[in-house]
Design a protein around this ligand. Structure first.
Ligand code: UD1
Ligand code: CA
Length: 464
């Protein structure tokens, strides 16, 4: 038998009025990824799903540009005016008509798992259904469509259209469906907007199919939290908390140790190897990768950072789009950003900012320094208070420091400037010219001691 083809449509054109945000709802971050990331990730994990399309509409530019950058294989379909979920499906029908079956799901249900979607599709295909959808028993049913099963017929009634009796039903529509494409297209031609919201409801398709004696199945979710919708800021924080706990548990199972569950924040794309220790109040975001045996200290925030094995990130460190090599130490109180590379065994210490720079193997920047647009070789020591003066008011200039150098405390390295291998600079120097390898450079006013100065002043009766 030829395997049936399956496409998926994510509905994301709505304004998300209840969120009261100026941004499209699906672009609002949940653990620092747009809400839309989650349904797309869940769908991408379904092995036999061919293609995914997203319905965009309200402020579509922001959604489209996110899709272009992060999901280039996903198709965007525009719904100019948002006349309801059924209308959105009608607009998508020319795209999904090429598949035997189509999954339709909302962009604002971030907690659903790939495994759940996979078994929903499998069951639908195996049982030759015309439509199969997910239902759940939430702790708070208010706001969801109610699933009414009566005399073998199924229908979904929206909260705003429900009678008092129907509102008491605790079985909610998750908004996630799989349809036989042919059956869906026919039914979509028959829905009307004769309801409390004046919208074309996708939910009406279920009733239409069921009334016609087509095979409609309801699959009730074992874990109702998977179907939590995000319509308001309070539902956003609820979903975020459920997702946060889910992510941390997954890492704990993999051998990551954390001291305080409650204050730990880990984004969905973060990878952590076993035997890593995370102190209280750590935040790991984006595509951060932490290798085995490393430690991340309290109040440190890592965003798109690669941490090598056995590295130590101490307390209060902010690392962004950078990497920390094997056995290196950073912090406390350091800020490392913009593609900086802290190589193996290097040390970046207290109150140090590193920007777009490489700190070579075994080199040290222990205290109060700014290193920007610089390349530091291996086993070099950068004294306290050293600054790369990288900006001349117009452009950024490069500082190159070789291997085995000793940069005296409070050296100003006026870039562009190169310090050769093994060179030294005297403390307090302003270095404006290149220093050849092995030289000592001193660029400061010569010290003058004035003999007897204090005594002479006392004689004049001046106060000291
Ligand atoms: C919908 C269901 C409801 C279900 C709930 C589950 C309908 C009529 N109701 O209600 O039964 O319990 O989801 O979470 O389907 N959208 C478009 N175009 C539009 C309108 C909406 O793309 O014209 C998108 C929205 O951006 C959103 C999704 O469809 O991502 C769902 O719309 P929303 O208004 O949130 O529906 P609910 O009221 O939550
Ligand atoms: Ca919703």
């Amino acid at each position: 038998m030829v395997k049936p083809t399956v496409g998926a449509v994510v509905l994301a054109a709505g304004k998300g009025t209840r969120m009261k945000s100026s941004r499209p709802k699906v672009m609002i971050p949940l653990l620092e990824e747009p809400i839309l990331y989650y349904p797309l990730k869940a769908l991408s994990g379904v092995p036999f799903l061919q293609d995914i399309a997203v319905i965009v509409g309200w402020k579509k530019e922001e959604v489209e540009s996110y899709l272009r950058v992060s999901w280039p294989q996903v198709v965007a379909i525009t719904q100019e005016q948002q006349f309801g979920t059924g209308h959105a499906a009608q607009i998508a029908s020319s795209w999904f008509s090429k598949y035997d079956h189509v999954v339709i799901m909302p962009g604002d249900v971030p907690l659903v798992e790939s495994e759940t979607l996979k078994s929903l599709i499998e069951e639908h295909v195996e049982k030759c259904s015309d439509g199969t959808f997910l239902a759940f028993c939430p702790s708070e049913v208010k706001g969801y469509g109610r699933v009414i099963v009566l005399d073998g017929k199924v229908r979904i009634v929206e909260e705003k259209d429900a009678t008092e009796e129907e509102k008491k039903v605790n079985l909610a529509n998750a908004g996630i469906y799989v349809f036989k494409t042919e059956s869906l297209i026919k039914a979509l031609g028959e829905i009307s907007n004769n309801n409390a919201q004046g919208e074309y409801y996708l939910t009406d398709v279920i009733e239409l199919l069921s009334m016609k004696g087509k095979a409609v199945r309801v699959k009730v979710l074992e874990d109702p939290s998977e179907a939590k919708g995000v319509n308001s800021p309070s539902q956003l924080i609820e979903a975020s908390e459920t997702m946060r706990v889910k992510i941390i548990r997954k890492h704990l199972e993999n051998g990551v140790r954390c001291d305080d569950f409650a204050s730990l924040w880990i984004g969905p794309q973060v990878i952590i190897e076993p035997d890593v220790r995370l102190a209280p109040s750590v935040q790991l975001w984006g595509k951060t990768f932490v290798s085995c045996g490393s430690e991340i200290g309290s109040y440190s925030v890592l965003r798109n950072v690669q941490v090598g094995p056995k590295a130590v990130v101490k307390e209060h460190v902010v690392l962004e789009n950078s990497s920390v090599g094997e056995g290196a130490t950073v912090g406390p109180f350091a800020y490392v950003r913009e593609s900086s590379v802290i190589e193996k065994q290097a040390f970046v210490g207290k109150f140090v900012e590193i920007k777009k720079s490489k700190i070579g193997r075994g080199s040290k920047v222990p205290h109060h320094s700014y290193v920007g647009d610089a390349e530091v070789g291996s086993n070099t020591n950068i004294g306290a208070g050293t600054i790369t003066c990288n900006y001349d008011g117009k452009k950024k200039n490069k500082t190159v420091i070789g291997d085995n150098c000793f940069i005296g405390s409070d050296t100003m390295l006026v870039a562009p400037v190169t310090i050769g291998d093994g060179a030294y600079t005297g403390a307090g120097s302003v270095i404006t010219k290149d220093v050849p390898p092995g030289n000592l450079a001193i660029g400061r006013a010569k010290q003058k001691n004035i003999e007897g100065w204090i005594k002479r002043r006392e004689k004049r009766g001046e106060e000291i």
